[in-house]
Design a protein around this ligand. Structure first.
Ligand code: HEC
Ligand code: HEC
Length: 300
């Protein structure tokens, strides 16, 4: 069996068995209770983290028009996948339906460790496989910002998933296989390129769309940012490696601000929200992402 099929078989067997040492070994791993004890959050900084992270693109109301301007975060957008349909939850400060009762540490556990408030594994439709390396200072700032948004009483909608994917305990295996702590692009990076990597591989989660996935939905790190052909009526996601995207750094940074391409086309599809968010970031941050893209290995 190919390793992935093996992994899938393992997942199904263990999903059926329901208990055992394996689940113990892949149990959720939250931060220690004092991990954020000395951190003060700054809401203004947090707004930038929120935009870089694209939180509104998924958590705004399904009929909200502009991720860059949205402030209501009631959840409800549906994400169809081969495992079933996920619905984004309410992350407004509503104390009952939202995250008003959460601590900054609860947010860090969700975003960085993929662990929910009751200690359960979260689904990677929430891109924590990318947010994994977010600094706890950025989480503290983001938390301060989220609390300034209007509370919204919309209740969460339950995901509609098939067996065994409806069992959160099986997600421990997925995390073990596909959530990695190390960076993908390594080597002798400048400070600017490192900042770009932090934004692109991390908060901006570019790879969640621009990198092909294996049959279990894990990102293929050896085909990093090489693009995804449009399947099942979906449009193509272009590759961003230097051999594929032959734009200058200035062109890339300009696109992230304005949505205009060097050949006078304008951004479309799911990239629209990314640009609406990145337009609010600093020139330095957009330039850093552009510099990072030039360091990504060419397609094999
Ligand atoms: C690609 C879509 C997407 C993006 C981007 C995204 N989320 Fe989510 N988020 C989800 C989904 C789907 C879930 C549900 C996961 C689950 O049920 O296990 C979720 C869950 C959460 C939860 C847990 C809520 C709960 O009630 O358990 C929090 C908190 C959260 N997201 C905050 C954020 C923040 C903050 C950002 C930006 C940094 C963000 N999300 C970006 C899709 C997204
Ligand atoms: C939610 C999915 C998604 C995310 C996240 C995403 N992209 Fe995109 N991106 C797309 C799609 C889809 C297109 C094609 C847009 C079009 O058809 O106009 C695209 C297009 C682009 C292009 C234009 C390439 C070309 O050849 O026209 C660039 C550059 C780009 N993205 C960079 C990024 C960067 C940098 C990030 C992370 C900060 C990012 N993208 C995050 C989906 C995404």
């Amino acid at each position: 069996m190919r390793p992935l099929h093996k992994a899938l078989a393992l997942l199904v067997v263990l999903g059926g068995a329901g208990t055992g040492a394996a689940f113990y070994l892949t149990r959720p791993e939250p931060f220690s209770p004092d991990a954020m004890a000395n951190l003060q959050g700054n809401a203004e900084q947090g707004a930038q983290v929120f935009r870089a992270g694209g939180c509104a693109s998924c958590h705004m109301a399904p009929d909200a028009a502009n991720a860059g301007l949205a402030v209501e975060m009631p959840g409800g957008i549906a994400f169809a996948s081969e495992f079933g349909t996920f619905y984004a939850p309410n992350i407004s400060p509503d104390p009952v339906q939202g995250i008003g009762g959460w601590s900054a540490l609860d947010l860090a556990n969700a975003m960085v460790r993929g662990v929910g408030r009751s200690g359960e594994h979260l689904y990677p439709a929430f891109p924590y496989a990318s947010y994994r390396n977010t600094t706890l200072q950025d989480v503290a700032d983001l938390y301060a910002y989220l609390l300034t948004l209007p509370p919204d009483p919309t209740p969460n909608r339950a995901h509609e998933l098939s067996f065994p994917f409806n069992l959160r305990a099986t997600l421990g295996f997925w995390k073990l296989l596909f959530v990695k702590d190390d960076w993908v692009v390594t080597g002798d990076l400048s400070e600017v390129e490192e900042r770009g990597r932090y934004l692109a591989e991390g908060l901006g989660h570019c790879a969640e769309c621009h990198t092909p996935r294996n049959i279990l939905g894990g990102m293929e790190r050896d085909a990093w940012l090489t693009g995804v052909p449009g399947l099942l009526g979906k449009s193509d996601v272009p590759g961003l490696t230097p051999d594929q995207l032959q734009w200058s750094e200035i062109d890339i940074a300009y696109y992230l601000r304005s949505g205009s391409t060097p050949d006078f086309d304008s951004v479309g599809g799911e990239m629209v929200d990314v640009v609406e968010n990145f337009a609010h970031l600093s020139n330095d941050d957009r330039n850093a992402v552009a510099a990072y893209l030039k360091r990504v290995p060419a397609r094999k």
